[in-house]
Design a protein around this ligand. Structure first.
Ligand code: NAI
Length: 252
């Protein structure tokens, strides 16, 4: 059912070719936004965007490596020229890496920090001037429950996601005065390519028992959180974390 919860807004979503980003662009467009999806996987993104266009949604694709600050300038310009000033930014692109502290080599550390943490910073820095032209907006940064609690693995990933949460709170404090809200979503275990890949290293199934709702999430569970924070229903929410994890970190 379409309810036009983000009617007339222009949205930019990173990591849109698969998983949560793919669910985000679909739902935001279904709810009335004009959407630009970006990804390093341009071929995958083009195929998805063609499908969504065929359904009558207002949507375009752009190639973007979120760790490249100059490429961000091009994407923001493209979005503004295509649909107008940006009022929703979803910094969703991210990579998961498994090594712990001593096994994390320099390249893994640098790559993870530059995509997961740098990408969020570059995205906010490049997009906020456009949001100002839009008269305000909503930035949604996809962190993780791994930015709140630890696990035995994934040192660089944990570090990057903790940083996304604090970047979010800092930007919320700086830009509230201009009507720009900045919030984080902290997904739990969500059935996407990241989890399919993690299954190669870890037996994931027993984890379902540790989750109060007894299942992993799907991408649409996160997209509904994105939609809420993007919409004017969340007009008094900024600097917040929205944990969407089936209760995984609520339980002791
Ligand atoms: P996914 O692997 O299905 O999708 C990620 C997308 O980002 C892919 O299309 C990929 O091509 C793109 N991407 C990767 N590096 C990029 C770059 N440098 N520039 C632009 N695009 C890039 O992953 P998923 O699960 O949908 O993850 C989305 C976000 O959610 C990530 O930030 C991830 O860390 C976070 N997350 C995922 C969880 C999960 O259980 N799946 C749990 C908590 C957080």
């Amino acid at each position: 059912m379409m309810t036009n919860r983000v009617q007339g807004k222009v949205a930019l979503v990173t990591g849109a070719a698969s998983g949560m980003g793919a669910a985000d662009i679909r739902l935001l467009a279904e709810e009335g936004a004009s959407v630009v999806g970006c990804d390093v996987d341009k071929a995958g993104l083009d195929a998805l965007v063609a499908e969504l266009k065929d359904e009558g949604l207002t949507i375009s694709a752009a190639a973007l490596d979120v760790s490249d600050p100059e490429a961000w300038e091009d994407v923001v310009r493209f979005t503004e020229e295509t649909y107008g000033p940006i009022s929703i930014l979803v910094n969703n692109a991210g990579i998961y890496v498994t090594p712990g502290v001593e096994d994390t080599d320099q390249a893994t550390w640098d790559r993870t920090i530059s995509i997961n943490q740098g990408g969020v910073f570059y995205g906010m820095r490049a997009t906020i001037p456009s949001m100002r032209r839009a008269g305000g907006g909503s930035i949604i940064n996809i962190a993780s429950i791994h930015g709140i609690v630890g696990t035995e693995l994934a040192t660089a990933y944990h570090a990057s996601k903790g940083a996304v949460r604090s970047l979010t709170k800092q930007a919320a404090c700086q830009y509230g005065v201009e009507g720009i809200r900045v919030n984080a979503i902290d997904p739990g275990i969500i059935e996407t390519a990241i989890v399919a890949n993690a299954r190669k290293f870890i037996d994931m199934e027993p984890m379902k028992d540790l989750i109060p709702l007894k299942r992993f999430g799907d991408a649409r569970d996160i997209a509904y959180g994105v939609l809420f924070l993007a919409s004017d229903e969340a007009a008094f929410i900024t600097g917040a974390d929205l944990v969407i994890d089936g209760g995984m970190i609520a339980i002791q």
